[in-house]
Structure formats: structure tokens, C-alpha cells
Design a binder for this molecule. Structure first.
Ligand code: CDP
Ligand code: MG
Length: 135
């Protein structure tokens, strides 16, 4: 059993895609264990993406992530980290496999609609960043 962090980025709620994306998650068999709608401050978005500090896209990424409502959640299941990344598709929608969320919904390599932890170590850091206390 594994848990991973999901974020539906601001373009998801902006384009009324929240329900469609959550439906794909549930149809895959992953369990939505936690779910919340919040607005990130630029500071909180920058801290979340600290591994990308110094990269050319970080300022635009922070502006994007803090421009509107995001949905943060924890997804649970066997191999949840890999399964959620597979449902998401590649970072750049141009390279994403058919049927993935990013292939179907992402605008471009930055505005790519969803986030998922990329390893057990990142999940262990990212889940408590948004869900520090148990239900
Ligand atoms: O989200 P993922 O783990 O697939 O990709 P990442 O390499 O960890 O990058 C984090 C986020 O930065 C991406 O999801 C994009 O929103 C953004 N990004 C960008 O704006 N320009 C790039 N060249 C690469 C990533
Ligand atoms: Mg990443």
C-alpha cells in the first residue's frame, strides 16, 4: 500500500476539469484518501517546488501555481505513486501517451494540469506539506 500527492493545478478548476480528472482517478481503482481546494501563495508554491529553484522556468511556474484555486489530494493504493504518474502522462503533453490526463487536457509543458509525486521520497515530503495531520 502506497500513498502519493496529487495536485490539480489552477487550469483544472479554471476549465471545469476537476470532476473529469477525479473520475479517472476513481475509475483506475486508486482511492482518494484526502481532498481539499486551496489557493497557494507564491511563497508556498515556490517552497513546494524547491527542487526546481534556479531553473529557467521557476518564476513562471510559481506564477502559474499561485494564480487560482488548486485541488490537493492524497491517493492511496498498491503502487499508487507509479500508477498516478502513468495516469498523468509525460510532463510535456506533446510526449504524453494517448489516454493520459496530460495528453487529453494539458495546454503545454508548463500548464500541464496535474502534479504527482515522482518517488517514495518525494511523496513522503509532499503529502505532509499539505496534510500534516491525520484525519
Ligand atoms: O510535473 P513533473 O514531475 O512531470 O515535471 P517536473 O520536471 O518535476 O517539473 C515540474 C513542473 O514544472 C512541470 O509539471 C511543469 O508544470 C513545470 N515545467 C515547466 O514549466 N517547464 C519545463 N521545461 C519543465 C517543467
Ligand atoms: Mg516532478
Amino acid at each position: 500500500m502506497e500513498t502519493t500527492l496529487m495536485i490539480l493545478k489552477p487550469d483544472a478548476a479554471e476549465r471545469n476539469l476537476v470532476g473529469s480528472i477525479l473520475a479517472r482517478i476513481e475509475a483506475s481503482g486508486l482511492k482518494i484518501a484526502r481532498l481539499e481546494m486551496i489557493r497557494l501563495t507564491p511563497e508556498r508554491a515556490r517552497k513546494f517546488y524547491h527542487v526546481h529553484e534556479g531553473k529557467p522556468f521557476i518564476d513562471d511556474l510559481v506564477a502559474y501555481m499561485s494564480r487560482g484555486t488548486v485541488v490537493v489530494g492524497a491517493l492511496e493504493g498498491e503502487d499508487a505513486i507509479t500508477r498516478w504518474r502513468e495516469l498523468m502522462g509525460a510532463t510535456n503533453p506533446a510526449n504524453a501517451a494517448p489516454g493520459t490526463i496530460r495528453k487529453d487536457f494539458a495546454v503545454d509543458i508548463q500548464t500541464n494540469t496535474v502534479h504527482g509525486s515522482d518517488s517514495p521520497a518525494s511523496a513522503a515530503e509532499e503529502i505532509p506539506y499539505f496534510f500534516p495531520k491525520p484525519l
